[in-house]
Design a protein around this ligand. Sequence first.
Ligand code: SAM
Length: 171
Amino acid sequence: MRIVVLRLGHRYTRDKRISTHIGLVARAFGASELVMDIWDPLVEKSINKVVEEWGNSLKIDITRDWREYIRNFNGDRIHLTMYGININECINKIKESKRDKLIIIGGKKVPSEVYSLVDYNVAIGNQPHSEIAALAVFLDRLIGGKELDREFKGKKRIIPQEHGKKVVKDS
Ligand code: SAM
């Protein structure tokens, strides 16, 4: 199952860290692609730096037309929003389908059209919080924790310690 994250409404002035963290969460929690409707080379650079050091890959792409992108996506289209159906009520149905998943998250106010273009509007609880938190919780629930056991093949690798830090550099 291919998982793509569509980030809408990135703001150059205040979202660099947030959009970068969205990319890092997407990669660490099992997505293979991040698509943005607003391009920011600094976000791409920061994500690629992590990928280069810690391995695997995350394709980063831009869409000039997010409506068409959502419409044409061949799989389940899921918008994360506090106004949606609580994840506890719909995650089993979403997991039943092995189709590819498009996960849409906003920044500034999401255009109302998005709500009707998607198959699911899912709330990670019906309280406002953050797109990074929403994405992490959703991916973890979708993949059932298995993404945390994934092996990443990079230049650096962590040897888990009960105390302290141990990083091995593979050549
Ligand atoms: N007022 C904005 C709106 O109308 O959507 C909320 C902006 S919020 C800071 C940015 C993004 O975080 C939202 O577009 C949504 O994707 C995500 N988000 C925030 N709280 C959420 C929740 N409880 N459940 C799911 N997604 C949430």
